[in-house]
Design a protein around this ligand. Structure first.
Ligand code: FAD
Length: 467
C-alpha cells in the first residue's frame, strides 16, 4: 500500500507529491485528465505573488508582509483567515529556491503586465513549463503517476481516509491529499449556485470556463456530503470578461479583453452599466465577469475608437470594425438609435483633461450616469472597433475548511490523515475578490504543508506501531 495518495494533477497536487516524497514517503498521484491536458488550471498561469523585504532576483523594490496582507484584506473585504493568510504570505517569501530545485525558472514581469514587477514573479514558459518541470521532477524522485484516473468517491472511517475509488478500482493508502480544484467546470452545480434571474434566464448557462474542463468538483461535493466542514460561498469566483468567441474550456489568458478602460461598455440594449475607468485595469478586470453576468443575455460589448489602438494588449481574435457608429451598431446587431444615443451622451459628457493611461488621470465625464472616472475620451475617431464579451470563470471559492496543518475538518475536528490544498481550500484565504498571483501562492504553500503533514502522519503511525 502506498503511503501518500495525492488526488489532482495541478500545482497544489504536485507541490504535495514532491514534498511528501522528499519527506521519505511513497507517493501515488492520480490525475483525472489525459497526459496531454495534465496540470489543471495551473497550466494557464503566469506568476506567483511573493512577499520580499528587499529586491530579489526578478522582483524589484520590496513587498513587505504587511502590504501583502493589507492588499488581501482590501480585496476580500475582510473575508479571510488572517493566520492562514499570513502563513501563505510568509511561505511566498522563501519558496522560490525550492521551486527552482524542481526545475521552475523565473523571469521579470513583462512590460504589458502593469504594476506587477514588484509583486509577482513570472514563470519562464508560463504555467505549462512549471507543470512540466514538476512532473519531470516527480518522475525522477519516484512518484508514481497515473493519468485518466478520475476519483469518484473516497472511503472514510469516521474522519480517517481509507481508500479512493477510480471507477471500480479501490486504491488504499495510509494518508491522502485532496487537490482536485474547484467546481467551475460543473455546469449543473454552477446553475444551482447562480439560479434563475428576474428575466427567467439561468445566467451561468452563458459562462465560459477559462481553465480546465476536469475541475468538476466531484470530490468537493462528495466531501461536503460526507460532513467535511465547508468554507465560502458557491457564487463567489474569480470572473473575468472575456471574448465571447472564446472556447467553452481552456481559452486561458489570451481571450481576455483589455480595452475596457479605454472606451465604453454597453449591454444588448445599447446602454452603459458601469464606470469603465473606475481604477487601474489590473485592479478591476476581475469584477467585469460578474458585471457582464448581470446584464441581459449575459453579454456586453467593449467599444473603442482609433485613439485606443496600441494602448492595450491586442486580443487574440480581431474585433468588429466599422467606419461610422451607425455602421458599427448594425454590424453588432445592437439597437441603432439607443446605441447612438448612449455614445452621443457619453461623448458630450467627456471633460477635457490630460489623458494618461499610466495614472488615474483627470479625463472624466460630468453629469453622466454611470460616470466614467478616468481615461474618458470621446469615441469619435474612426475606425471604430468592438469586442463582444461574456463572463469567463477562472475558479470557484467554495471549498473545505482547514487550519495551519491543511487537515480536512469534520465538525471542527481535524482528520489525522486527510489533507487539502489549492483551489479546494483557497476560500479559507479568499472569501471573495482576488489579487493577481495569490492563487499560486496559496496552492504552493498549502500543497507543501499538506504533503509534509501527510508524510508525517504515516511516519508517526509507523513509529507508533513499532513502539
Ligand atoms: C486562465 C487562468 C490564468 C490564471 N493565472 C494565474 C496566475 O498567473 N497566477 C495565479 O496565482 N493564479 C492564476 N490562476 C489561478 C490558478 O490556476 C489556480 O489558483 C491554481 O492553479 C490552482 O491550483 P490547483 O492545483 O488547486 O488546481 P488545478 O491546477 O486546477 O488542478 C486541479 C487538478 O485536479 C484534477 N482533478 C479534478 N477532479 C479530479 C478527480 N475527481 N480525480 C482526480 N483528479 C482530479 C484536474 O484534472 C487538475 O489536474 C489562473 C487560472 C486560469 C484559469
Amino acid at each position: 500500500m502506498v503511503d501518500v495518495l495525492v488526488i489532482g494533477g495541478g500545482n497544489a497536487a504536485l507541490c504535495a507529491a514532491l514534498t511528501a516524497r522528499e519527506a521519505g514517503a511513497t507517493v501515488l498521484l492520480l490525475e483525472a485528465s489525459p497526459r496531454a491536458w495534465r496540470g489543471g488550471n495551473t497550466q494557464h498561469t503566469r506568476n506567483l505573488r511573493c512577499m520580499h523585504d528587499a529586491p530579489q532576483d526578478v522582483l524589484v523594490d520590496a513587498y513587505p508582509e504587511e502590504e501583502f496582507w493589507q492588499d488581501l484584506l482590501k480585496v476580500t473585504g475582510g473575508q479571510t483567515d488572517e493566520a492562514l493568510a499570513r502563513l501563505v504570505i510568509r511561505a511566498s517569501s522563501t519558496v522560490r529556491p525550492w521551486m527552482r530545485r524542481h526545475g521552475v525558472h523565473f523571469q521579470p514581469s513583462l512590460s504589458g503586465a502593469l504594476h506587477t514587477a514588484r509583486t509577482n514573479a513570472f514563470f519562464m514558459g508560463g504555467g505549462k513549463a512549471l507543470v512540466n518541470a514538476y512532473y519531470r521532477s516527480a518522475e525522477t524522485l519516484g512518484v508514481q503517476l497515473r493519468y485518466e484516473a478520475p476519483v469518484s468517491r473516497i472511503e472514510l472511517d469516521g474522519d480517517r481516509f481509507v481508500a479512493a475509488w477510480v471507477g471500480d478500482e479501490r486504491i488504499a493508502a495510509r494518508s491522502c491529499v485532496l487537490a482536485a480544484g474547484g467546481f467551475e467546470s460543473n455546469r449543473e452545480w454552477l446553475r444551482q449556485a447562480w439560479g434563475r434571474n428576474e428575466r427567467g434566464e439561468y445566467p451561468s448557462d452563458q459562462f465560459l470556463i477559462r481553465g480546465t474542463r476536469f475541475n468538476t468538483g466531484v470530490l468537493l461535493r462528495f466531501m461536503l456530503d460526507a460532513g467535511a466542514d465547508a468554507i465560502g460561498d458557491p457564487t463567489q469566483a474569480h470572473m473575468v470578461a472575456i471574448d465571447a468567441r472564446a472556447p467553452l474550456y481552456d481559452g486561458g489568458i489570451c481571450t481576455r479583453i483589455d480595452c475596457v478602460s479605454l472606451g465604453v461598455v454597453v449591454n444588448r440594449d445599447g446602454e452603459r452599466f458601469y464606470d469603465e475607468g473606475e481604477d487601474f485595469w489590473p485592479k478591476r478586470y476581475a469584477i467585469w465577469g460578474r458585471l457582464v453576468a448581470q446584464q441581459p443575455g449575459q453579454t456586453a460589448w467593449s467599444i473603442i475608437d482609433a485613439k485606443a489602438v496600441g494602448r492595450f494588449m491586442p486580443p487574440v481574435f480581431p474585433g468588429t470594425h466599422a467606419h461610422s457608429l451607425p455602421e458599427l451598431a448594425r454590424a453588432l446587431g445592437l439597437p441603432e438609435q439607443r446605441l447612438l444615443g448612449t455614445l452621443q451622451d457619453y461623448n458630450a459628457a467627456c471633460r477635457p483633461g490630460s489623458f494618461d493611461h499610466t495614472r488615474l488621470d483627470d479625463c472624466r465625464t460630468e453629469g453622466l450616469s454611470p460616470v466614467k472616472s478616468h481615461w474618458a475620451l470621446p469615441i469619435d475617431k474612426p475606425p471604430f472597433t468592438a469586442y463582444a464579451l461574456r463572463p469567463g470563470v477562472t475558479f470557484t471559492y467554495l471549498g473545505l475548511r482547514t487550519d495551519e496543518t491543511a487537515a480536512v475538518r469534520f465538525g471542527g475536528r481535524p482528520s489525522p490523515n486527510l489533507f487539502v490544498a489549492g483551489e479546494m481550500m483557497a476560500g479559507n484565504v479568499l472569501g471573495r475578490g482576488y489579487t493577481a498571483g495569490v492563487g499560486m501562492s496559496i496552492g504552493t504553500a498549502f500543497g507543501r504543508i499538506a504533503g509534509q503533514r501527510a508524510a508525517w502522519s504515516v511516519q508517526g503511525e509507523a513509529r507508533h506501531a513499532a513502539a
